[in-house]
Design a protein around this ligand. Structure first.
Ligand SMILES: Cc1cc2nc3c(=O)[nH]c(=O)nc-3n(C[C@H](O)[C@H](O)[C@H](O)COP(=O)(O)OP(=O)(O)OC[C@H]3O[C@@H](n4cnc5c(N)ncnc54)[C@H](O)[C@@H]3O)c2cc1C
Length: 409
């Protein structure tokens, strides 16, 4: 880090004397799974000097609270391809980063009532078209996957035997550590206060530790993205949605849950955790509560515990004695179509966005790092994500998935 006057972009306002000034080829703002993955891929390809700034510690935001489900059931090819490539990268995480993401391939089952079956079949067809191993399963086949399940109301399902879950915090800290070892700087407890833009060109970032002169900024701040962009006149329609999770303790006689279930018929999901606990929540959009990103109830509501417990007891009557152990709430960064905003911001040279993942971004993060690194480097990315451009909201090209639940993408 150099100490002196900033000189980037010939700005009208020079930094004050004694302001710390650094330079970088790219600054990434936000150290969740998205930002750390991008930092790792940029450092790995030796893209000059990479600085990641994170106002807390890496992975400490919503990434730390993720349920971590890694499945490939999506309505659009770029999302299936991102999820598929990411699943491969989760499988190679240790080799890639020297760290563990705790990726567990337990299998993923999506349950559907009759009305959701056409969308489910279309999404599985899309997966098959892309060479992915998955199947549409009948109620009898579902009962074969877990005979303890009550399948009343289930018309069928989609089964992905190679999908699973991973740990959000471990993933972000694994990427950040590997990025550091490949030469990136990771500035924790450092908030980005302002992105400096002059004549529609990125010039730098003002941070709590001084200014960084840079021609390129990638904003990966999840729910906090709009407040950094708004002073630049860029409206990013991301809202913070409070989302709750409960941990249930299973009766000893029941044994562990072996597979992940997302249940569109009941609007509920559950995944294995430790041997005798599971994590559960709801899929329905009606569960969203729009809240200020820094001020919301991080606990869990009684009626949510009751609703989730009822859904669990319906599907698994043999474990209706499950006990509520604990719960928490965190944030989804939701957009009007529940799809992310990715790529260059039109009209400001050097500014890139990767946010608005609407509750399904963790599973995409390893491959997104590759895509974002290519975009920043001015290359054609390995997966075309142009449909997720910010301008779709202004020109009315929203991207809803085939299922009623936006989180399914
Ligand atoms: C309860 C819950 C369950 C989920 N379950 C799943 C799931 O099963 N599967 C799945 O794929 N996804 C899931 N998600 C979504 C997934 O966790 C997120 O999409 C993903 O982790 C987002 O990562 P991110 O890096 O984009 O953002 P975040 O994790 O939000 O990280 C943004 C970071 O930016 C930092 N920041 C903000 N402002 C500044 C600033 N001014 N300067 C510096 N740093 C700043 C924050 O501190 C934060 O660390 C879930 C989310 C929640 C909350």
């Amino acid at each position: 880090m150099s100490k002196g006057r900033g000189g980037g972009c010939g700005r009208a306002q020079e930094p004050e004397e004694d302001t710390l000034v650094s330079t970088a080829d790219v600054v990434i703002i936000g150290g969740g799974s998205t930002g750390t993955s991008a930092a790792f891929q940029l450092a790995r390809r030796r893209y000059g000097k990479v600085i990641l700034v994170e106002r807390e510690t890496v992975g400490a935001g919503p990434t730390a609270k993720t349920i971590g489900i890694v499945r490939l059931h999506y309505s659009y090819e770029p999302l299936v391809r991102l999820a598929s490539r990411s699943r491969d990268l989760f499988g190679q995480f240790e080799e890639l980063t020297g760290a563990v993401a705790d990726f567990t391939r337990c299998g993923f089952l999506l349950l559907a009532a009759e009305g959701e079956m056409p969308g489910l079949r279309a999404n599985v067809d899309l997966q098959h078209h892309l060479g992915i191993r998955s199947a549409v399963v009948t109620p009898t086949e579902i009962a074969g996957l877990d005979p303890r399940m009550n399948i009343d109301g289930v018309a069928g399902g989609a089964w992905e035997p190679e999908s699973g879950f991973a740990d959000g915090y471990a993933t972000a800290s694994g990427f950040a550590g590997a990025a550091r070892r490949a030469g990136a700087e990771v500035w924790e407890t450092t908030a980005a206060q302002r992105i400096i833009v002059e004549r529609s060109v990125v010039c730098g970032v003002q941070t709590a530790r001084g200014e960084i002169i840079t021609p390129t900024v990638l904003v990966a701040c999840g729910p906090w993205t709009p407040q950094l962009l708004q002073p630049l006149g860029v409206d990013v329609p991301i809202q913070s949605s409070r989302q709750q999770v409960v941990q249930l303790g299973l009766p000893a006689a029941f044994g562990p849950l072996a597979i992940i279930i997302e249940d569109m018929a009941l609007g509920f999901y559950v995944r294995p955790e430790t041997g005798d606990t599971v994590l559960a929540g709801v899929l329905e959009e009606e569960a969203e509560q729009i809240v200020p990103a820094d001020e919301y109830n991080r606990g869990v509501d009684f009626d949510f515990v009751e609703r989730t417990g009822r859904a669990w007891a319906y599907r698994y009557p043999g474990a209706s004695e499950a006990q509520f152990r604990q719960g928490y709430a965190s944030l989804y960064d939701i957009t009007p179509d529940w799809q992310p905003v990715l790529g260059a911001v039109e009209g400001i040279r050097g500014l890139y966005l990767a946010a608005g993942f609407s509750g399904h971004g963790f599973k995409l993060s390893p491959a997104l790092g590759e895509v974002l690194a290519a975009l920043v480097a001015g290359e054609v990315p390995p997966i075309d994500v142009s449909m997720f451009r910010l301008s779709r909201f202004a020109d009315g090209h929203l991207i809803r998935g085939r299922h009623a639940q936006g989180i399914l993408g």
